[in-house]
Design a protein around this ligand. Structure first.
Ligand SMILES: Cc1cc2nc3c(=O)[nH]c(=O)nc-3n(C[C@H](O)[C@H](O)[C@H](O)COP(=O)(O)OP(=O)(O)OC[C@H]3O[C@@H](n4cnc5c(N)ncnc54)[C@H](O)[C@@H]3O)c2cc1C
Length: 386
């Protein structure tokens, strides 16, 4: 079969790939998206927690039916059950139905002229008589650029570390607050991460757990054992906490989103950072096509300008957190809950999208020094000196 001519082929029809396709198609470039599943947004893994600010930076106004819930606060639980309640009502955080959201994005790209090939898997790229070819399960494409937006499966071919196995249930229950996210810290149950409860409404919630070296389904069942619930759906999925890969661009091949580990090292959230990668990559690809010069380094630089230092600092927090024991966590909760200014600071100046600023300012030098007395670590020293 003769290869089809395209400017750009994108493998992966999720947030990063679809936003990249939107940018390219609205600039009248020929773009094809390959999606291995028969439906966009399936299987739905993501919990969809995101701020309205982040969505506006991505240039997306979600449909009402795509918003499942509004979040007004968070409760953090220590291993021994101490809790800190944070009011986040001014941060405009919502819970998206990711399947609906991704479908909306795919419709925009298709309306602009992008071609979406469902049930079509990317196989490989090759050169044939200096022609750059993308091979899929159904066809071959001759194109100028290839975008890898295939998520964690592609990342794991580049690096194995920093990927944690997560288990997630949609549960019917009544023991959570309908507009508050709950985060439970326990280094025995979820080492290096936490258990989360994200309400969809007063009866339904997304409950998940992740951690280094655990059987995530067993531990999630243990977490839920004394909490009355009915499991509606079970999902197994990896999350990424490593921080980004070294290089996003290799010649005319671009990695975006989870395939480049562009998720927050603290929470593994990636809708905003992966989505913005798709947007920046789409713009740089479009400029490269218009000028006939490879300008993809601008995508990499723009992304690192926005997220580079935040992700580097939160990686330090992660290193500290990974080495904490449950008694350390309880002491930290004591320090944090004894200070009323912390709640005021988060309420007035907290930032859902850039965690290092919130964490550093909320802790302040005094509390960081107290933290150093509990767990003496080189990472805390670096934070104090920053
Ligand atoms: C349990 C869980 C909860 C999360 N919750 C949140 C949250 O609340 N907020 C937040 O910001 N982030 C969250 N995230 C992270 C967020 O979901 C990801 O960062 C984001 O979806 C990454 O988008 P992506 O486009 O890079 O990749 P993905 O969403 O992983 O999409 C990759 C796409 O590529 C396709 N694909 C894979 N291989 C091929 C192939 N060979 N050929 C063709 N297509 C292929 C897949 O089918 C998929 O559609 C969560 C992640 C998990 C696992």
């Amino acid at each position: 079969m003769k290869p089809e001519n395209q400017d750009v082929v994108i493998a992966g029809g999720s947030i990063s790939g679809l936003l990249c396709a939107r940018e390219l198609s609205q600039n009248n470039h020929n773009v094809t998206i390959l999606e291995e599943h028969g439906e966009i947004g399936i299987p739905e893994k993501c919990d969809g927690l995101i701020s309205i600010n982040a969505l506006s930076s991505l240039g997306v106004i979600p449909n009402k039916k795509t918003i499942q819930n509004k979040i007004t606060g968070a409760r953090f639980f220590s291993p021994s059950g101490k809790s800190i309640d944070i009011d986040s009502s001014n941060l405009d955080i919502i819970v998206l139905n990711r399947k609906e959201f991704d479908n909306e994005l795919s419709e925009i790209a298709i309306r602009n002229g992008a071609q979406l090939k469902k049930s079509t898997s990317f196989v490989k790229t090759s050169y044939n008589n200096s022609e750059f070819l993308v091979h899929s399960s159904n066809n071959q494409y001759k194109c100028k650029y290839f975008v890898d937006a295939m998520g964690v499966s592609s990342l794991m071919k580049k690096q194995k570390s920093g990927v944690l196995q997560a288990a997630k249930y949609i549960v019917e229950a009544d023991w959570f607050e309908p507009n508050k996210v709950d985060l439970y810290f326990n280094q025995l149950l979820s080492p290096g991460f936490f258990t989360w409860v994200i309400p969809i409404n007063e009866n339904l919630a997304k409950v998940g757990i992740a951690g280094y070296g655990i059987n995530s389904f067993n531990n999630l069942d243990y977490f839920l054992k004394d909490k009355k619930h009915n499991v509606i759906k079970k999902i197994a999925c990896p999350i990424i906490v490593s921080g980004p890969i070294q290089k996003f661009v290799q010649n005319n091949i671009v990695s975006i989103g989870d395939s480049a580990a562009q998720t927050k090292p603290t929470t593994a959230g990636g809708i905003f950072s992966g989505g913005l990668a798709g947007l920046f990559a789409g713009q740089s690809l479009s400029n490269s096509l218009k000028t006939n010069a490879n300008l993809l380094h601008i995508y990499e630089q723009s992304w690192r300008d926005v997220f580079g230092s935040d992700f580097a600092s939160t990686k330090l927090f992660r290193k500290i957190f990974d080495n904490l024991e449950n008694n350390h966590l309880d002491s930290i909760f004591d320090i944090l809950s004894s200070s009323s200014d912390l709640q005021d600071f988060i309420h007035n100046s907290g930032d859902f999208d850039f965690h290092s600023f919130t964490l550093l300012k909320a802790l302040g030098l005094k509390r960081l020094t107290k933290l150093f007395n509990i767990v003496s670590s080189s990472e805390i020293k670096k934070l104090i000196h920053n």
